[in-house]
Design a protein around this ligand. Sequence first.
Ligand code: MLT
Length: 337
Amino acid sequence: MALFGRFVVMARIAVTDGMAKDAVALLEQSGHEVILGTISSTDLAAGALGEFDAIIVRSATKLPADVISASGDRLAVIGRAGVGVDNIDIASAAEAGIPVVNAPRASTQSVVELTIGHLLSSLRHIPRADRGMRSGKWEKKAMKGTELSGKNLGLIGFGRIAQGVGAVAQALGMTVHTYDPYLPPKVAKAQNTTLHKKVETLFSNCTHISIHCNLNDETHHLVNAKRLSLMPGRSNDGIDCGNHIVNCARGGIIDEDALFQAMEDGAVASAALDVFEIEPVDPSSPLLQHEHFHGTPHIGAATMEAQARVGLDIARAIMTVLDGGTCETTVNAHLLT
Ligand code: MLT
């Protein structure tokens, strides 16, 4: 299979995890048939994708190797309406000659804003204060927080989202550090950011850490007990602000049991997660019961603006491939021969 798409004039496109109306309309106006609705994992493994020329998923639909190999010859393109492709076996797709395309830029601003929201919420105890007020408590004294200004923020991964978070953090008076083994040093320099060669030195320099890398074998449980124990707890401005963790990237990068234990021990003062190793997260998870934890159900890209952009970007990407072209956001291009 060449890098170019298979020319399909009137395609049947499965959209299994929802998509903005305008994006559905764009595909339909271009002559394609859009079938909206979930397909069970059992049906997917039994070859349900054999009836489609394209499928567009978000993170809920999983497309592992067996689903791809059961899909037969018809499937010409897989679209990921979003950034992360850890729910798709992109190597198996390439083996079957199927390009996997994504929409990497559309949700950047939304995830940046959620990350900053989580940081501020943790530091000013907003979820805890709200929970207290609802149960009749007026805990003014117990809600003394700290400012972001004057603190070191460590960003694990320094792609588009992290750079956006870094820029806002700098505007708020934070000093930004990063660990990203794939980053050309000049990019960090241009953003006035200290690039660490070892993730350990990022942890030992930063009281606030936010995750912005992909989940893969290299990053699974990258945030573990040992590294959390390196965080200084005291900021450069001499404030005992404690240590704070935010993750709006992917679950599984943080060892959640280690994070809970670090919160119990006081090594970590707060944690705010939008993503979990297993989603939906078990509501009885000890982490969720911790007073200094707050979370959101993987809503980084869940804004009207991001979803509108994601939908249109992925619809255009899918159409490019169905028109026989190559899409610049083909994530398995290097594996397609
Ligand atoms: C993404 O990878 O685009 C985000 O995590 C959003 C999502 O999965 O819906």
